[in-house]
Design a protein. Structure first.
Length: 586
């Protein structure tokens, strides 16, 4: 036991060494939104206030996230370092507990391989710098403990001890589901898990009896979710109709695969992918249906909850798939090593070594990029507290919705003076030709925000003169069922953005998608297109009427005479937008 505890502690220490730089971060992303609800809601609202949950963006039910953040706030005040310390310590427990769970089935070496592959996964690393996804970390810990308690329950003879452990597993499962709905399918997986090493075979009838507490926990979760939101299955943000699901399902595996290797085709990513595939194929070949059915169900359970929100894939959505693959790889290496031949053992060790080393290299490559982005966001947000009237922050990474929440916190919580604006797209420089006051921007060489006012005239000249104002562009939209659906064109490749407030807000969007209107009636915005070659074009400001049944169709064909002769004047005349075809809506 001492050796096992030492190894588990070593995994916790490795997690700390890999990710401890998060302790120097400030608030980022959705932190301000969560804190706003924690600070202004009734005490402990997330445990009983249905109306408050309905006010949240999206049909989510995550009371444990708000409980966790609120406990930090009550104990430590608004000290970000304490929040990150709590977050990091919970994360460090995850590979340690996963190792302990795997030891119920696997020898020490292969349990360690599984825990290590889990720890260094880029999608898992993406959870560490984001306080807003703490529930993704907590659900891993709670679900792993639920699996351990279940395995121990199966090892007990029929009686009170088995029921107590099954009840503990169900309680942990319910807590995991209340942290994040990705844990909901867990009872189906428990029924298919093999018996722990050295345990006698458990009959299906015994498993069905012991899973009854989990069934009750599932029924309670479903009842609570329906009582809160009135629906059982729903996404958030992008709107997905039944007609969209087949296309999303076809693209989801590829999107997930891209996230698993951090979107890279580096040598480390290729070696890791090949090694993992070889280990998992070995498991399927050597164990057949006994491995294929649980693994297939695990991958299905990992992907299905993600499907409604996969219009734009986020790294954290792929975490359950990475856990399943990490465990399957470790099991495959174990089966390969145990099949009796020296060649099999050597192959298993070689695959494990390749995956562990290449995975660590990929982790470090991806972490440097990921952390640099969050570090910039942290510095910009912290600097916003010091901004005065007339100050502008150029191209902050934090979404405008969160910056508005930060502005509220600056004035209402931190009691700082008013002041500070921003623009996320340099269109703002083209529309606003007048002097702008002091302009600030992030300097990556010194990792801080610097005064860039003197650089703005040159930046304005470079950017505005480079815009292709005559390039073809089109946009169409329709509103139905409280959601607006759009399609941009004519380009299939490249990136499209929605620009609001002359560049104050810039949101990258898919070429074709839908989004909940959330009570809006009219949305004035421009479409921005960035080609793979790097050139840019904008539409004029289009007026999207969001009343149900409304439509908009606008296009600018190639060589449109409306923009010939003085393209800068045509594009940047703020008062008239003269020379550009006005949108036709119906």
């Amino acid at each position: 036991m001492a050796a096992e505890a030492g190894i588990a502690l070593a995994f916790a220490g490795a997690a700390w060494l890999l990710y401890y730089p998060v302790l120097r971060l400030w608030w980022t992303h959705d932190d301000f939104y969560h804190l706003h609800h924690v600070l202004t809601g009734r005490p402990w609202w997330y445990l009983f206030d249905v109306a408050e949950f309905r006010r949240l963006a999206g049909k989510v039910l995550t009371p444990l996230l708000y409980l966790s953040l609120d406990l930090d706030r009550r104990v430590f005040g608004l000290d970000p370092r304490a929040f990150y310390l709590h977050h990091l310590l919970v994360f460090c427990c995850c590979p340690a507990v996963l190792y302990g769970v795997l030891r119920l089935w696997l020898p020490r070496l292969w349990a360690g391989v599984g825990a290590w592959i889990f720890l260094i996964g880029p999608v898992v690393a993406s959870l560490v710098p984001l306080l807003m996804v703490r529930h993704y970390v907590e659900v891993i810990l709670l679900a792993a403990l639920a699996v351990a308690a279940w395995a121990k329950a199966l090892q007990q003879p029929p009686g009170a001890a088995a029921w107590r452990l099954a009840g503990l597993s169900a309680a942990l499962y319910f807590a995991a589901a209340m942290a994040k709905e990705s844990a909901v399918p867990l009872p189906a997986l428990l029924l298919l898990l093999p018996d722990a090493a050295g345990a006698s075979a458990t009959k299906l009838a015994v498993r069905l009896r012991l899973v009854l507490p989990h069934s009750l926990a599932l029924a309670l979760y479903v009842a609570l979710r329906y009582a809160v939101h009135g629906v059982l299955l729903a996404g958030y943000g992008f709107t997905v109709t039944p007609a969209n699901l087949p296309a999303l399902a076809l693209t989801l595996p590829a999107k997930t695969g891209v996230e698993l290797v951090a979107g890279q085709l580096s040598a480390a990513a290729i070696v890791l992918a090949v090694a993992l595939a070889a280990g998992i194929v070995s498991l399927l070949v050597l164990k057949g249906r006994r491995a294929a059915v649980p693994l297939g169900l695990a991958l299905l359970a990992a992907l299905l909850p993600v499907l409604p929100v996969s219009t734009r894939m986020e790294p954290r959505y792929a975490v359950p798939v990475w856990i399943a693959l990490s465990v399957a790889f470790a099991a495959g290496c174990r089966e390969l090593a145990a099949e009796g031949s020296r060649a099999g053992r050597r192959t298993a060790i070689a695959l494990a070594a390749a995956a562990c080393v290449a995975g660590l290299a990929l982790n470090r490559q991806d972490w440097d990029l990921r952390f640099a982005r969050v570090e910039r966001m942290s510095a910009e947000n912290r600097f916003f507290l010091t901004m005065n009237e007339g100050d502008l922050l150029r191209q902050p990474l934090t979404l405008a919705a969160s910056l508005w929440e930060l502005r509220w916190m600056k004035e209402a919580v931190f009691h700082r003076g008013r002041g500070g604006d921003w623009f996320q797209d340099d269109l703002y420089l083209c529309v606003h030709q007048e002097p702008l006051g002091r302009v600030w921007g992030y300097d990556a060489t010194v990792h801080r925000v610097a005064d860039i006012t003197a650089q703005i005239p040159a930046q304005r000249e470079r950017y505005c003169s480079s815009v292709h104002s005559q390039a073809p562009l089109s946009a169409s939209s329709s509103v139905s069922g409280g959601a607006v659906f759009w399609e941009f064109g004519p380009y299939l490749e490249g990136r499209y953005w929605l620009i609001m407030g002359d560049g104050v807000v810039a949101l990258e969007m898919p070429r074709r998608a839908g989004f909940e209107t959330q009570g809006l009636t009219v949305l004035p915005l421009r479409i921005k297109y960035v080609s793979p070659a790097g050139w840019i074009t904008y539409s004029p400001e289009l007026r999207f009427d969001l009343a149900d049944g409304s439509r908009l169709d606008w296009s600018r064909p190639a060589g449109d005479p409306a923009v010939e002769g003085g393209e800068e004047e045509a594009l940047w005349s703020r008062s008239e937008q003269r020379g550009l075809r006005q949108p036709h809506s119906r």
